[in-house]
Design a protein around this ligand. Structure first.
Ligand SMILES: [Zn+2]
Length: 433
């Protein structure tokens, strides 16, 4: 075995038994950056370009065999073929590949990165065949804390008050740890899209997001000792909702509470469509009710709301459409998806005339009682949907958290806990590691 091979074997051993994220404290290894997460950053890719900031190798993950050595910054094209892969067009037999960098400093603080399609990533990169599809899946393995560095900016502005960004960091960390089995069938733990949390690697980090993650390192939300489903959304429209009224099971910590998002740009919104367009949307969604004759929905009132067809915040649980050839009952979420609405917190009115712009009607930002009504008329009549908030309305409201943080006592660096305990009822904030 020559010296060259010994060196790479050491690098491979480092890859197989990664020390990244661990610092030695006494005799036991303490995971400073938390446990490793396997994030599926790309799926079903036919071809991929990888590189690294230092000399690197492409290694077979099954046999640990080095399939090619490359210089720093050298672009390498990997593609799938019927069996195995190609590396710069040359066929290689392997069940999976790893991009292994010969780092100058083998610590997590190193500013040397791996690249996938020209984006930089911390941690390790590996490539496997996409399960059930013809392409490749690229997996970025890295400690939870470093994963969060690349998540926060996609979920909230790091320029918002620090206590709000810290509250978001704790919610995102809890979400990541509680959902680490979500993509087991795909061969990784979390995906990098809105399906889980949007993760963009080093390119989507920001100094203030890193500061918020570091300031809350290891902190998670628990209820009766278990990680909670830490749902969050942009803006509730004045009041958050009980979980069972949206789409998930009843959770004692996901209760509707007053929100402080009145300065959110999404606090009120309006969608207008003609009756003919609504008829078309209903039929396109597969419901055959002919021409719409009436809409049954109780009028929106101030929360807490106690209507049978609305949740505690006023979010629509069900709405009834009567047509010339049939009737349908839709959930608020079904109607939201059908018409691409920002939330399920809305009123519906039908107007014979061209409606006034939303902001002149709702300039006071107060909820106004509207008509129950709604006998439909001509196809050219307008259906006006007046809504509040953006998102499902469960758990933390980001615009509300921002407003709370703006009013936090100056210098109180624990205020993010007050924010979290407002939006998640009766939870504990604990250090997971
Ligand atoms: Zn996902």
């Amino acid at each position: 075995m020559n010296r060259h091979m010994v060196k790479w074997l050491m690098v491979i051993a480092f890859f197989i038994f990664p020390l990244s994220g661990y610092a030695h404290s006494g005799n036991s290894a303490v995971p400073v950056f938390g446990p490793n997460l396997r994030v599926g950053i790309l799926t079903n890719q036919h071809s991929l370009e990888v590189s690294a900031d230092a000399k690197f190798a492409i290694v077979s993950t099954g046999t640990a065999k080095v399939l090619g050595d490359f210089a720093a910054q050298e672009p390498v094209t990997i593609a799938v073929r019927e069996s195995g892969f190609t590396v710069n067009g040359r066929p290689v037999e392997a069940t999976g590949l790893a991009v292994v960098m010969n780092k100058a400093h083998s610590t997590v603080y190193s500013e040397q990165y791996l690249y996938a399609n020209k984006r930089r990533y911390r941690g390790d990169l590996s490539i496997q065949r996409t399960i059930g599809k013809p392409g490749m899946t690229v997996i970025n393995t890295l400690p939870v804390e470093q994963y969060l560095y690349g998540v926060i900016k996609n979920e909230i502005s790091p320029e918002w008050p620090m206590e709000a960004v810290k509250a978001q960091a704790v919610a995102a960390r809890t979400y990541a740890l509680a959902n680490s089995n979500k993509h087991t069938a795909d061969g990784f733990e979390l995906c990098a899209t809105t399906d889980c949390q949007v993760y963009g690697g080093r390119e989507s980090e920001a100094p203030k997001a890193i500061k918020a993650v570091d300031a809350t390192r290891g902190l998670v939300l628990t209820y009766k000792g278990k990680l909670i489903s830490a749902y969050f959304h942009s803006s509730s429209g004045g009041y958050t909702e009980n979980s069972e009224n949206v789409w998930s099971a009843k959770q004692p910590y996901l209760r509707g509470v007053a929100d402080f998002d009145q300065n959110s740009p999404y606090y009120t919104w309006e969608e207008k469509l003609t009756l003919a367009e609504l008829d078309q949307a209903i039929s396109k969604a597969g419901y055959n009710i002919g021409y719409l004759q009436a809409v049954e929905l109780s009028p929106l009132s101030s929360p807490p709301v106690a209507s049978f067809d609305r949740g505690v915040s006023g979010r629509v649980k069900s709405v009834y459409f009567k047509g010339t050839t049939g009737n349908i009952q839709l959930t608020g979420t079904q109607l939201r998806n059908m018409l691409n609405l920002k939330s399920t917190l809305f009123d519906i009115t039908i107007s014979k005339e061209h409606p006034q712009p939303a902001m002149s009607v709702y300039a006071s930002k107060d909820r106004k009682k509207s008509h129950t009504q709604l006998a439909a008329g001509k196809p050219t009549d307008f259906v006006v949907i007046t809504g509040f908030g953006w998102g499902h309305g469960l758990g933390l409201s980001q615009w509300g958290a921002k407003a709370m943080a703006e009013k936090a006592p100056p210098g109180n660096t624990e205020y993010f806990k007050d924010i979290l305990k407002h939006y998640y009822q009766d939870v504990e904030i604990k250090k997971a590691y």
